[in-house]
Design a binder for this molecule. Structure first.
Ligand SMILES: O=C[C@H](O)COP(=O)(O)O
Length: 251
């Protein structure tokens, strides 16, 4: 059984004080992780504050990015080894904002996926898709090539733990979510790609999330789809009450 994962990605939107007060509000209102797993990915500079404030320890505190080397002369980068030492379970890799603003290629993303696994964490691998590619009928090729590129030389055992998020760029921050059917189509395509690479058993264990303008009104329809195991929410994860509504989408 795949446990649902409701994850937030704060991006670069919160101060240390914001992070602390968010944790004070949500940390004792979250479900048991074996029912619904909850996570927030935050900038590295906020992680220590969040860990300290994670009272009931139910929220998984993830990182938004890391470098692909463990240590060395890489000014300004975040060490995956240090994240592991902090007890961080998840790292987002390959978000479309990293691909477009920081020129991250499939090769860089693949190196980061390896670095995350090497340091005992799990990547939340993001795959995007632009409206132009959708309209040009290139969606399948584009999604397949991102998944295949990111997973080069990743083992079956590693792929089994993987989380992949389908995040169409046109739905991110636009207020226009993909429909539940479109989200399901993208997530199905990702699962099929993993099945082609690693077999059905691995593909059926791996969790696939949808991200792009998820909110408390649309989450139930999205979560009802067969191939969608959770969401990666940006804007809707910033406000503690809204995040709690996402987390309790079944109520
Ligand atoms: O990682 C999260 C996505 O970029 C979605 O962001 P959004 O929910 O603000 O559209």
């Amino acid at each position: 059984m795949r446990i649902p994962l409701i994850a937030g990605n704060w991006k670069m939107n919160k101060s240390v004080d914001d992070a602390r007060s968010f944790m004070q509000i949500v940390s004792d209102q979250l479900p048991e992780p074996d029912q619904v797993e909850t996570a927030i990915a935050a900038p590295a500079i906020l992680l220590e504050t969040m860990i300290e404030a994670n009272g009931a320890d139910r929220l998984r505190i993830g990182a938004e990015n890391c470098y692909y080397e463990d240590a060395g002369a890489f000014t300004g980068e975040t060490s995956p080894q240090a994240l592991d030492q902090m007890g961080i379970p998840y790292v987002i890799v390959g978000h479309s904002e990293r691909r477009s603003y920081f020129n991250e290629t499939d090769d860089i993303i693949n190196r980061k996926v390896h670095a995350v696994y090497r340091n005992h964490m799990t990547p939340i691998l993001c795959c995007d898709e632009t409206m132009g590619r959708l309209e040009a009928g290139e969606k399948i090729h584009w999604v397949v090539s991102q998944v295949t590129g990111a997973l080069k030389d990743i083992t079956d055992a590693q792929a089994r733990q993987l989380v992949i998020a389908y995040e169409p760029s046109w739905a991110i921050g636009s207020g226009k979510s993909a429909s539940a059917d479109q989200a399901e189509e993208g997530c199905y395509l990702i699962r099929q790609t993993v099945a082609d690479l690693y077999g059905d058993d691995v593909a059926n264990q791996m969790r696939v999330l949808y991200g792009g303008s998820v909110n408390p009104e649309n989450i139930s329809q999205i979560m009802a789809k067969q191939n969608i195991d959770g969401v990666l929410a940006g804007g809707a994860s910033l406000d503690p009450e809204t995040f709690l509504q996402l987390v309790h989408y079944q109520k």
